[in-house]
Design a protein around this ligand. Structure first.
Ligand code: GLC
Ligand code: MG
Length: 249
C-alpha cells in the first residue's frame, strides 16, 4: 500500500449510504494516517451547501475542497477560495452578459442565490427541453465572444462555467500542486459534472453503480482500462473500486 490522491464527488457518490460511508471513512482515515494519503472533495455545491451537507452526514475533513463544479478551490480548511485559481478563470468570462443572455430562455429556471457564484451561473432545465436549448444557448453565448462551457447533470441541473474550469481541470491543478502522478490519483463520480474528472485521463476512475445515464452513456462511448464501473452504490462502490485498483486492501 502507498500514498494516493483520493478525489471524490459528494452527492450520490461519497454520500448516499451512511453505513457504507462510515466503513469507507475508516479505511480512508487510517490510510491518511499511515501513508499521508490526501482526501479531496469535488462537489457541484457552493461552500454554503457543502457546509449544510457536513451537518447532515459524517464526513472526514478533506485536505482540499473543490466547490461549485471546479470553480472554487479551498485549501487546508480555508474559507476563501484560492486566488491563483480564480485569477485564471476571469479570462473570457462576463457574468453579466451570461445572465442577460440566458434571461431570454424561458426553459432556464435560475437555481437558488447560494448556487450563483462568481464563476458559475446555474439553472434548472428539464430533460425534454435540454437537447434543443443547450445547442442554441451555446451558439448564442459563443457569438457574444464568451469563453464558456455548459455542463448538464442529473437530468436537471445546468451549469455555465468558464472554459478553464470544471471538476477535471481543478483536479489537475490540485494534483500538480500536491505533486501526485496520475497513476497515484483516483477520481470518483456519478453524474454529468463528473465526466471532466474522467475525460482528462489524469486519474484512475471509479463510477459508482448508481451513476446517472448521462455518465454511463459517456463511459460506454469512451472506454478506458483505467476506469472502473462499480456494481455497488455510493461509498460501497468507491470501496469496491479502490480495492479493484489495489489502492486499498
Ligand atoms: C450541485 C449544485 C448545483 C449544480 C449541481 C450540478 O447540486 O448545488 O448548483 O447545478 O450540483 O453541478
Ligand atoms: Mg454527484
Amino acid at each position: 500500500m502507498t500514498q494516493f490522491l483520493f478525489v471524490t464527488d459528494l452527492d450520490n457518490t461519497l454520500v448516499g449510504d451512511d453505513a457504507a460511508l462510515e466503513q469507507l471513512n475508516q479505511h480512508l482515515s487510517q490510510h491518511r494516517q499511515t501513508y499521508d494519503t490526501k482526501i479531496v472533495y469535488s462537489t457541484g455545491r457552493s461552500l454554503t451547501l457543502y457546509q449544510e451537507l457536513t451537518s447532515e452526514h459524517t464526513l472526514l475533513e478533506p485536505d482540499i475542497l473543490i466547490a461549485s463544479v471546479g470553480t472554487e478551490i479551498y485549501l487546508n480548511g480555508s474559507q476563501t477560495p484560492d486566488q491563483s485559481w480564480s485569477d485564471q478563470l476571469a479570462v473570457g468570462w462576463d457574468r453579466e452578459v451570461i445572465v442577460a443572455t440566458t434571461a431570454h430562455f424561458s426553459d432556464l429556471v435560475p437555481q437558488p442565490e447560494t448556487e450563483q457564484c462568481p464563476f458559475k451561473v446555474s439553472f434548472f432545465l428539464t430533460e425534454e427541453a435540454a437537447i434543443p436549448v443547450l445547442s442554441v444557448l451555446k451558439t448564442v453565448l459563443m457569438k457574444r465572444g464568451l469563453s464558456i462551457q455548459l455542463i448538464y447533470s442529473t437530468g436537471k441541473d445546468l451549469d455555465i462555467l468558464p472554459r478553464r474550469a470544471n471538476k477535471g481541470l481543478a483536479m489537475s491543478f490540485v494534483r500538480q500542486n500536491l505533486g501526485f502522478e496520475p497513476s497515484q490519483t483516483v477520481a470518483c463520480g456519478d453524474s454529468g459534472n463528473d465526466i471532466a474528472l474522467f475525460s482528462l485521463n489524469e486519474a484512475h476512475g471509479i463510477i459508482v453503480g448508481n451513476a446517472h445515464p448521462e455518465l454511463l452513456t459517456w463511459h460506454r462511448e469512451h472506454p478506458s482500462e483505467t476506469r472502473y464501473l462499480a456494481k455497488s452504490h455510493c461509498a460501497a462502490g468507491i470501496l469496491e473500486g479502490l480495492q479493484y485498483f489495489n489502492f486499498l486492501q
